[in-house]
Design a protein around this ligand. Structure first.
Ligand code: KIV
Ligand code: ZN
Length: 504
């Protein structure tokens, strides 16, 4: 199969759809972005539409790279064609793009012409364009409303044969208004491809009225349409034209070599949104700000298990392919689960176990049911309030050193004050023995303490203690942690957090 040929129409179809079409400087800015992406052809404008557009087309033709086809649109009239030729003749590869409708409905009600009259206009226009653009240039002919030509396709094909005979080397088949199923269009494209000589390039130009322009364009390529007319951010009349990024990525994912710099897509999309004043929908495929967010527990689990892989469980590409560095987002809502909590807390630099995440996820779900998405800061606050400070039957008050290896412990248990003393080798042993002396014996399984990262909890030199204790009855291992600037207090607070979990 031939490599796809990307013919960009942002500066023409895209521009004509803007609430404020671009001036010359703005067109030059978009043109430079297109050249950086490496598109094979750029339709720079419609020179007969205004003096400004004529000047813009002329400037862009003058500065165009030698290997990029520069095209100007012209209706099938001598005036338009001459104006287009005048503007783009400076390019190394100039192309006049002329068009007329061949759809029965439009010939009758819009053009007020018979099919025979229209055919003659088309052929004459192409002949004139060939003459005007000269030996270095070429002519593209478009059947406007090709998608509406199902009932007179034989007439269209016969006309296209004449148009090719007259010198057109590219035949463009627009779905000017997307009304029907893609397969209907594909069958028509295939019939035209088979009817015309091999040397003729077939192009498709799909509008997105029913949201299927990308699908139609991608599949048209596999039916022999090599020239794919697309626009940046899908800009174009009404609901837009085929979005270039989507087509390129669909082909890339299907094993087709795409002659574009894919890594510039994301940055270009942001630049085009600013330049056009058309915001990118947050759910827009590939480039939407929310298009990498996972909110359901099942999706979050799959996404995290495949996070660093080329193929992801719930994403079409690794976002770095299009120069996107913001990665997949795990956001917590009432639909999310423990994995999200685990990941969000961990991403903020705090240690957490899955059991602790389960504990917070119950609280976070309650919160999400009333406020919607719970922010990272809110989840960290839940972690601080429910993991680093577990409320329950015990209320730790004080821990005072009485002598070497002897401490007094003061705490409340179910509203009664206790102040037992305990001996041992270090504060952990003293605290556990004091608890035992008060009738609350517990088995320590593991203990560790480390300095907390300076950036966490807004303070330097804080210690985090982690205590593992075994529940007497079930032998379940309980893990609790606590933070304090005093290392001994950090230990005792962690033990009381564990006690509150055990005595729940
Ligand atoms: O949508 C369309 O038919 C067009 C033509 C001018 C190619 O934009
Ligand atoms: Zn169009």
């Amino acid at each position: 199969m031939k490599q796809p040929f990307f013919y960009d129409i942002t500066l023409r179809d895209g521009n004509q759809s803007l609430k404020k079409p671009w001036d010359i400087k703005e067109k030059e800015y978009v043109f430079d972005l297109l050249c950086e992406l490496g598109v094979q052809a750029i339709e720079v404008g419609f020179p007969a539409s205004s003096e400004m557009d004529f000047e813009a087309c002329k400037l862009l033709a003058q500065k165009a790279p030698e290997d990029v086809v520069i095209s100007g649109l012209a209706r099938a009239t001598k005036g338009d064609i001459a104006r287009a030729a005048e503007a783009i003749k400076y390019a190394t590869k100039p192309r006049i793009h002329t068009f007329i409708t061949l759809s029965p409905f439009h010939m009758e009600y819009v053009l007020n012409k018979t099919p025979e009259q229209t055919r003659e206009i088309a052929v004459e226009a192409v002949k004139y364009a060939v003459q005007e653009i000269g030996k270095n240039g070429e002519v593209q002919f478009s059947v406007e409303h090709f998608g509406d030509c199902g009932e007179n396709l034989d007439f269209v094909i016969e006309t296209l044969k004449d148009v090719v005979e007259a010198g057109a080397t590219t035949i463009n088949l627009p779905n000017t208004v997307e009304r029907y199923r893609p397969m209907r269009f594909l069958n028509m494209v295939e019939k035209v491809r088979k009817a015309l000589p091999e040397h003729v390039t077939i192009a498709v130009h799909c509008h997105n009225d029913l949201g299927m322009a990308t699908a139609t364009t991608v599949e048209s390529y596999f039916k022999g349409a090599v020239q794919l007319e697309c626009s940046l951010n899908g800009l174009g009349e009404r609901t837009g034209n085929t979005n270039l990024y989507e087509v390129a990525i669909a082909l890339h994912n299907s094993g087709v070599e795409v002659p574009l710099d894919l890594s510039k897509f994301y940055e270009t999309a942001i630049d085009i949104a600013h330049a056009s004043n058309v915001k990118i929908h947050e759910k827009a495929p590939l480039i939407g700000s929310d298009s990498l967010a996972h909110r359901s527990g099942i999706h979050q689990d799959g996404a995290l298990k495949t996070k660093d892989m080329e193929m992801g469980a719930y994403r079409p590409i690794n976002p770095t392919l299009i120069g996107r560095n913001d990665n997949e987002k795990i956001a917590f809502t009432s639909q999310s689960g423990k994995t999200a909590i685990f990941e969000i807390v961990k991403s903020q630099g705090y240690p957490i176990t899955i059991k602790e995440a389960i504990r917070i996820s119950h609280k976070a779900k309650e919160m999400a049911e009333s406020i919607g998405e719970v922010s990272t800061d809110q989840i960290v606050a839940l972690y601080i309030n429910h993991v680093l400070d577990v409320k329950g039957k015990f209320d730790f008050i004080d821990f005072e050193k009485k002598s070497e290896n002897r401490y007094e412990l003061k705490f409340m248990y179910e509203n009664n004050l206790y102040h037992p003393e305990g001996e041992g080798n270090g504060p952990v042993a003293c605290c556990l023995n004091a608890l035992k002396n008060a009738g609350f014996e517990q088995k320590l399984v593991h203990y560790e303490q480390f300095a907390l990262d300076e950036t966490l909890l807004g303070s330097s030199s804080r210690a985090m203690s982690v205590i593992h204790m075994e529940k007497d009855d079930t032998k379940e291992e309980i893990i609790a942690r606590a933070v304090d600037s005093d290392t001994a207090r950090a230990n005792v607070k962690a033990i009381f957090n564990a006690m509150n979990l055990i005595y729940q």
